[in-house]
Ligand binder design. Sequence first.
Ligand SMILES: Nc1nc2c(c(=O)[nH]1)N[C@H]1C(S)=C(S)[C@@H](COP(=O)(O)OP(=O)(O)OC[C@H]3O[C@@H](n4cnc5c(N)ncnc54)[C@H](O)[C@@H]3O)O[C@H]1N2
Ligand code: MOO
Length: 428
Amino acid sequence: MRRTVAEHQGAVLEVLTKAWSGPEGTLRTEDVGERMPLAEAAGRVLAGDLVAPLSLPPFANSQMDGFAILSDTSQPEYVDSIESTTFTVTATIPAGVTPSRLPSGMAAPIMTGAMMPDGADAVVPVEKADPARFLAEGESVVLPLTRAGTYVRAMGSDLAQGELAIAAGTLLNAAHIGLASALGCVQLTVRRKPRVLLVTTGDEVMLPGDPRASDGLPAGKIFDANMALLRTSFQQAGVEVVLAPVVADQPQALLEMLESYVGPSARGGIDLIVSTGGISAGAFEVVKQALDDASVEFVSVALQPGGPQALGTFLGVPFIGFPGNPVSGVVSFELFLRPALSEILGAPEPRRRVLATLEHALDSPAGKYQVRRGIYEGPEFESAASVREVGGPSSHLLASLAQANALIHIPAGVTELESGAKVEVWLL
Ligand SMILES: Nc1nc2c(c(=O)[nH]1)N[C@H]1C(S)=C(S)[C@@H](COP(=O)(O)OP(=O)(O)OC[C@H]3O[C@@H](n4cnc5c(N)ncnc54)[C@H](O)[C@@H]3O)O[C@H]1N2
Ligand code: MOO
């Protein structure tokens, strides 16, 4: 059966939502959240609402270095007056202290961020004073007529105590961490990271450093790309990775290995299994042969690279099988898994999607959604955003993937694009 990209995206989302968000699911709940020191909480997803335990600012304070005064409330509010009043200067109010009440007719030199004294409701910046400098206690200063509230940051004007500061599900960035600190938080409760078992398959695959390759790569063998590539992609997407040893093309060996991680006697803790390779039409398709009669579907998506896909569960754990070609694995991750993780768990951030002008003509197979690797150049001054292909459409072209900074999307119905056409690009 042949699926569209959108259908398979929906299917992946459904399998993961069912497993992670249902009554049995633990990934989205606050109960299993981890308490993290603020410094380590960036990039994680807040587990429960953070309600402000105090107001920001916590007290009314001055927005300027200047003089705190009681405004003349007898004056009409919107007068742009050049009138001025002479005040007697009191003791200076630095930031960090509790000032004493301001007697009427007096002006207190006050610093930015210092607490407004009772009896004052406005601040005149020092440069508007005459003389335009700070004066000693007892001296006289002439200040222009000023409205109540001028250059005063009211208590709670940023956030009032009891208001929602950061909503559950927010992917925490630097500003959120700063806000939490300003609210006095030492730690935040963040959602647990999903833990993925990454399974690499293939008789031909050897890990770098394998002693069997100490005299050079044996004929017919290749060094692994997928395990390294997907492990990094997962980690960068905030997913914890458990690496399974490379599995030979023996279905029984794969089943035993999977059971050792998620079977009844396993330690558990695996939220998702992702395999690479062994799912297409060959004589030795280890994943397909091991799982075809289990609760895993093997489907063909009208997509290139990334056409063959496996999806289902293994012993109740969501199972996703990516094709073995390295670029197919990356495209599968970006099209199917990353969007589902973002939607269900709130992290990672979805890829930024932009329109760019294609620098050259491109053709694409009929009936398939094609994803080409590209070099994107963002808009600069007069020039619009543009993109050009790097490498070709084949899914083994890892070196050109490494040069790319974008994925060019060509919808299934499009077979030819002219130079200058607008294309959707996902920025890597
Ligand atoms: N007769 C057909 N043959 C193929 C079809 C098809 O529809 N009919 N589909 C092709 C497409 S498209 C893809 S994609 C691949 C997917 O194959 P598998 O998922 O079964 O993956 P393998 O055959 O195991 O490997 C494919 C390719 O990738 C290399 N590989 C595998 N693992 C790694 C690794 N860890 N690091 C680097 N490279 C890896 C492997 O050596 C193969 O070259 O099937 C097509 N065939
Ligand atoms: O779908 Mo395959 O991933 O084209 O190479």
